[in-house]
Design a protein. Structure first.
Length: 402
């Protein structure tokens, strides 16, 4: 009996231990379930309060020199570590990208230069036809076209040289960006503004000036061609207003580009094309007058350009509508007695070498004109004789070989 009682007690003790283990496991699992439920409840409450902030990505605010990631709500807490890491600017080598930008300006400038050379110098400026019985052009209109032709030459020269400056400056800048080692920068604009500011502003300024000058050349040629084609005044006005509209649009495009700049209110040259020109002129003057590394040729270029503009505006304002040939004095024409003067040794001794050469040239021109006149008279006499023979029907003087 005693043995049976001991065995029963041992079995009860084992059952108690098993129950205690099961109860411990069940209590721990219940605690886990409770904590999970509380966490899920808290997340649900958080999402229900402001769900857009939970899913919205962090906003990126760009500054001139670095970038910051800013979040709000719960996302601020989730990206706190990321914000601390991205507050420092991201530096990189943007020299190849800057060289690509200069190449983007060099190629179009070269193409435009080729077109301007063929249009302005390889082909002759259009002229009005000769007067006929059906159409007689006023002398004032011919004088105006002659004035526009001279303006076309100057405008073409300024435009071509401006585009050549773009090609040369862009090529040198690309070589410098390839050969030298530049410090890392935050962006392409940061590199250009720091190391290539003068070159970039010069390339843009001269490219725009060349394009506007090219447009003016096209309008001058089209205006004279329309007059030569006897176009109506309305059609001439339509061509003029269309060209003016294209010019306004081009200036507006440049203004928008200058205003945009590097993407911020700080990284740009200004708001309009005039701000770009002013910035370029100020930088060029600063470099030309630098005490450490002066640029006498750059300063000379600015002075000569100002003088050129003054001369051009003076001619445009003061030149009359009279024909250019009518403004020539007697000093530019040949004297009537040039042949007699050359035969007189006393008169020749009183003249300078240049005046003697001019008289000889006048004599040669007079002899050539006499020869052409005699040839014209001979041709006219032959035509008159043939007409007389045809009218009389007398062919006896004509030798016909059998």
């Amino acid at each position: 009996m005693a043995k049976a009682t001991d065995e029963m007690n041992k079995m009860k003790a084992k059952l108690r231990r098993r129950r205690s283990r099961v109860s411990g496991l069940s209590s721990s699992s219940c605690a886990v379930v409770r904590s999970s439920s509380i966490a899920a409840f808290l997340w649900i409450v958080a999402f229900s309060l402001k769900p857009s902030d939970a899913f919205a990505p962090p906003t990126i605010l760009q500054s001139p020199r670095c970038q910051y990631h800013v979040g709000n709500g719960i996302s601020t807490k989730l990206h706190a570590v990321t914000n601390l890491a991205t507050e420092t600017p991201l530096l990189a080598d943007y020299a190849p990208a800057a060289a690509t930008l200069f190449n983007n300006m060099k190629l179009p400038a070269a193409v435009v230069t080729a077109g301007m050379i063929s249009l302005g110098f390889a082909t002759r400026f259009p002229e009005l036809p000769r007067d006929t019985l059906e159409k007689v052009y006023p002398q004032s209109l011919r004088a105006r076209c002659a004035k526009l032709e001279r303006l076309h030459i100057v405008l073409g020269l300024v435009s071509v040289t401006s585009e050549l400056i773009v090609v040369l400056w862009a090529a040198v800048a690309v070589n410098q960006l390839t050969e030298r080692v530049y410090e890392p920068a935050v962006s392409v604009w940061d590199l250009i503004h720091r190391d290539c500011d003068l070159a970039w502003s010069a390339v843009n300024s001269h490219y725009i000036l060349g394009i506007i000058g090219f447009t003016g050349m096209l309008w001058l040629r089209a205006y004279v061609m329309l007059l030569a084609a006897s176009a109506s005044k309305s059609l001439v006005n339509a061509a003029s207003t269309g060209t003016a509209a294209a010019t306004c649009l081009m200036v507006s495009i440049v203004n928008r580009g200058v205003e945009s700049g590097g993407g911020t209110s700080v990284d740009r040259y200004g708001n309009t094309i005039l701000d770009l020109f002013t910035h370029y002129a100020a930088l060029l003057l600063k470099v030309a007058t630098d005490e450490a590394s002066p640029g006498p040729l750059q300063l000379s270029a600015m002075v000569l350009e100002i003088a050129s503009l003054c001369f051009m505006f003076h001619v445009l304002i003061t030149e009359s509508d009279a024909k250019f040939e009518e403004q020539l004095t007697d000093e530019h024409s040949c004297p009537v007695d040039a042949y007699d003067v050359l035969r007189d040794d006393n008169e020749v001794s009183k003249l300078t070498k240049i005046e003697v050469e001019k008289l000889k040239t006048c004599v040669d021109l007079g002899e050539e004109e006499d020869k052409r006149q005699r040839i014209r008279e001979w041709v006219l006499d032959g035509e008159d004789e043939r007409e007389e023979v045809d009218d009389s029907g007398d062919y006896s003087s004509v030798n016909v070989s059998a």
